[in-house]
Design a binder for this molecule. Structure first.
Ligand code: NAD
Ligand code: ZN
Length: 257
């Protein structure tokens, strides 16, 4: 295999990450595209191909949590292409490079919009999952998160073992408020970052897309890695127009060399 090209932008990104105090990354579905999980938007995204679905998940849950859980269990028996892709996916070079940057002390935190658990499987520790994690359930009263397989489904909706509150899956639905603890971590990171990487996100989902803007307004260097233009491109100091896996791997190689 040819070794990937080290562009001036990749070199500039490595220099910025190598000399900063607190680098933070906001990650989107584009990072996991190279693991075979389709994105929603952008070339090849499932919404780009098939249109946007109705956005009423949170309303349905609040109206009838028991029926909502029944529908989830019913859907589980008819696997969708998307869930099959997530379940068979493994971390790729980009996830591993982010975990390596953390071990090197160069990346302090990942704010991920992905729900696929691939950062953890790659070895990243400092991760805030702003849209939750599809392998967990969460109590709507006390915020306790537990692996889904530990939740008894004998009674629907399942209740929290700690406080008796209603459990739902941890994945944040459209219309559902972002859990307060996740939001607090993200704001704290945006307030201290001096380098902010924006990787594989269309940057149109809020509040996630706000964090790079908060950091950039404070003077942080904004680095975008995305094959396509996004609303944040104009604000970015360094733009790497390429796939995340190869670009991040090159950055790690430059910083380790
Ligand atoms: P998005 O689908 O809106 O946008 C994906 C972005 O990734 C696009 O800008 C596209 O150009 C870019 N991209 C495609 N291939 C790439 C590559 N190889 N390297 C770098 N960038 C690449 O994704 P989003 O901004 O994360 O927002 C969508 C929402 O959908 C999020 O809330 C997320 O929770 C959810 N989602 C998650 C997954 C997952 O967990 N893997 C997958 C699909 C959607
Ligand atoms: Zn609880």
């Amino acid at each position: 295999m040819d070794s990937p090209e080290i562009t001036p932008e990749i070199r500039a990104a490595a220099e910025a990450i190598g000399s900063c105090k607190h680098a933070v990354a906001l990650v989107g579905a584009g990072l996991s595209a190279e693991s075979g999980i389709p994105t929603y938007r952008g070339a090849g995204g499932i919404w780009t191909k098939f249109g946007e679905p109705t956005i009423d998940g949170w309303d349905l849950f609040r109206r009838d949590p028991e029926q909502w859980w029944r529908d989830v269990l019913d859907r589980k028996s008819r696997r969708s292409e998307f869930s099959t892709a997530i379940e068979s996916a493994a971390p790729h070079a980009g996830h591993l490079a982010l975990a390596e940057l953390e071990r090197m002390g160069r990346l302090k935190h990942i704010i991920t919009q992905n729900i696929d658990n691939l950062h953890q499987r790659a070895g990243s520790l400092a991760v805030t999952e702003i849209h939750g994690n599809r392998t967990k359930g969460r109590c709507l009263s006390c915020g306790l998160r537990v692996p889904l397989e530990e939740i008894s489904l004998d009674r629907l909706p399942p209740l929290c073992g700690k406080c008796g509150g209603i459990m739902k899956n941890d994945t944040v639905m459209f219309g559902e408020p972002i859990p307060f603890d996740a939001l607090r971590h993200c704001h704290a990171e945006a307030e201290v970052a001096d380098v902010f990487l924006v990787i594989g996100t269309s940057a149109v989902v809020y509040p996630a897309a706000d964090f790079p803007v908060i950091a950039a307004r404070r003077g942080a260097t904004l680095i975008e890695i995305n094959p396509e233009r996004t609303p944040l491109t104009g604000m970015a100091n360094i733009v790497i127009r390429g796939p995340a896996g190869e670009s991040l791997q090159c950055i790690v190689d430059l910083l380790s060399g």
